[in-house]
Design a protein around this ligand. Structure first.
Ligand SMILES: CC(C)(COP(=O)(O)OP(=O)(O)OC[C@H]1O[C@@H](n2cnc3c(N)ncnc32)[C@H](O)[C@@H]1OP(=O)(O)O)[C@@H](O)C(=O)NCCC(=O)NCCS
Length: 180
């Protein structure tokens, strides 16, 4: 379960706009995907994800150019972050953070859960996800087809209303206030 105080918002990058990703963005998405990943997704994989009504797919645009994107599917109350990438020329400027913050602003609800897979060698991504409250909870052996690397499975959980109330009561108790 996350402690929301762990999430540190960065000041937004001037001129950065996060909006819904559309089919017309896919040529730029594919260009970034090929530069960002050793085993890039195909065009068909992006088309499939965009066709799902329940998902959230976001574009980060800087001065009219696509500089990053995020693909997230939903299965019941579980959000699966399938893909996040930022153009290598624009990395470390808060763009992935802005994409994740936009996703959470749209999808966070009491009891919501987010999961994703990440390569253990992908330190930048692991640091990013940890910063937003994701924690490693499992391992999928030989998950990646290109090099048979394992995947870390990370989860971020929003407390349900009863859990949030219990945490608040516990905090009041530890502050020396009323606790029965
Ligand atoms: C991972 C990735 C999406 C991060 O995008 P980004 O826009 O550069 O990330 P941000 O600028 O929002 O970084 C936010 C935080 O993540 C962590 N982080 C990001 N890049 C990092 C790096 N190279 N090394 C260490 N920490 C890093 C830091 O905590 C950073 O905060 P800080 O800059 O204040 O220290 C980007 O590196 C990328 O596209 N990588 C290739 C594709 C990929 O691996 N996607 C994830 C698949 S699971």
């Amino acid at each position: 379960m996350i402690d929301r105080a762990d999430e540190r918002s960065r000041p937004p990058l001037p001129g950065l706009r996060v909006r819904r990703l559309g089919y017309g963005d896919l040529p730029q998405v594919i260009a970034i995907e090929r530069r960002a990943f050793p085993a890039p997704w195909s065009l068909a994989m992006f088309v499939l994800e965009l066709s799902k009504q329940s998902g959230i797919c976001l574009a980060a645009e800087l001065e009219g150019s696509l500089v990053g994107y995020l693909i997230c599917s939903r299965y019941a109350h579980v959000w699966h972050v399938m893909n996040v990438a930022v153009d290598p020329a624009y990395q470390r400027r808060g763009i992935a953070s802005a994409l994740l913050e936009s996703l959470f602003a749209q999808a966070d609800r009491p009891g919501a859960e987010y999961t994703l897979e990440v390569r253990p060698s992908n330190t930048p991504a692991i640091r990013l996800y940890e910063r937003y409250g994701f924690r490693v909870e499992g391992l999928r052996k030989a998950y990646y087809h290109d090099n048979r690397e394992d995947a870390l499975v990370m989860w971020r959980r929003i407390p349900s209303e009863p859990e949030a109330q219990m945490t608040a009561r516990g905090r009041r108790g530890s502050d020396g206030e009323e606790q029965r």
